[in-house]
Design a protein around this ligand. Structure first.
Ligand SMILES: [Zn+2]
Length: 234
């Protein structure tokens, strides 16, 4: 388990006081982990593009670097932007299904309202997915989500790891025969990075983090069915 410390080792997730030591006159030395004797965070020397590639490859070390040893604070904005992408995709599909070319003002307002409605439904589904994950984790490992900071760290990790949804926009703009397949790949990629984020944040094994994802999906689909039953999606 991690010792109290400001940072975490990217290899073993042990606590660390510092990432490097400054010996003055431009001499810096990367700190070594007390538990595994490897560099605490090799990524502080790496180019951001390399770190991003490592994150896309779902490497646990890169996830630890981003979540524990940097002060990235874009999860809120990223989440809203991803929801906007998803709302746009659904809104487009809705337009395709109801062909109406009448340039009437009333129809324009109705279309605008449709977009807000799609945004609302996408937010509701995203929230139920996250709630499902939290319920599953709290049920499987109640000791891991004891404090508010554990909860916030996991929420931040889950929101950040949903960055794959940004790919929805290029997939829709350059539409072709394989777009439905691309959407499936994007979904699988987002779920894989969500699972990796849970694994890294709580030090869980792969199976438990996937179980939490499955539970989140079940709850999300429950909400989708409910929305369809009420008739909000048409
Ligand atoms: Zn270590």
């Amino acid at each position: 388990m991690a010792e109290p410390g400001a940072y975490r080792c990217v290899e073993c997730s042990g606590g660390a006081e510092e990432l490097y030591r400054d010996y003055q006159r431009g001499v810096l030395r990367i700190a070594l982990c007390k538990s595994c004797q490897k560099p605490v965070d090799k990524y502080i020397e790496y180019d951001p593009v390399i770190i991003l590639i490592n994150a896309i490859l779902c490497k646990a070390q890169a996830y630890r670097h981003i979540l524990f040893n940097t002060k990235i604070n874009i999860h809120g904005k990223l989440c809203v932007f991803c929801l906007l992408c998803e709302a746009y995709l659904r809104w487009l599909q809705l337009q395709d299904s109801s062909q109406n070319t009448d340039p009437d003002d009333l129809i324009r307002y109705a279309k605008e309202w449709d977009f807000y409605r799609m945004f609302g439904i996408a937010s509701l589904e995203q929230t139920s997915f996250l709630v499902g994950i939290f319920i599953a984790l709290w049920w499987m490992r109640p000791e891991m989500l004891k404090t508010k900071s554990d909860f916030i760290l996991l929420l931040k990790a889950l929101l950040l790891s949903g960055y794959g949804k940004l790919l929805l926009i290029p997939a829709v703009i350059w539409e072709h025969d394989y777009t439905p397949l691309c959407l499936v790949f994007i979904k699988v990629f987002v779920l894989t990075s969500n699972s990796q984020a849970i694994r890294v944040t709580l030090n869980l094994n792969r199976m438990l983090s996937w179980l939490a994802i499955v539970f989140g999906l079940i709850l999300e689909n429950g909400v989708v069915c409910l929305v369809q039953k009420i008739g909000w999606d048409v």
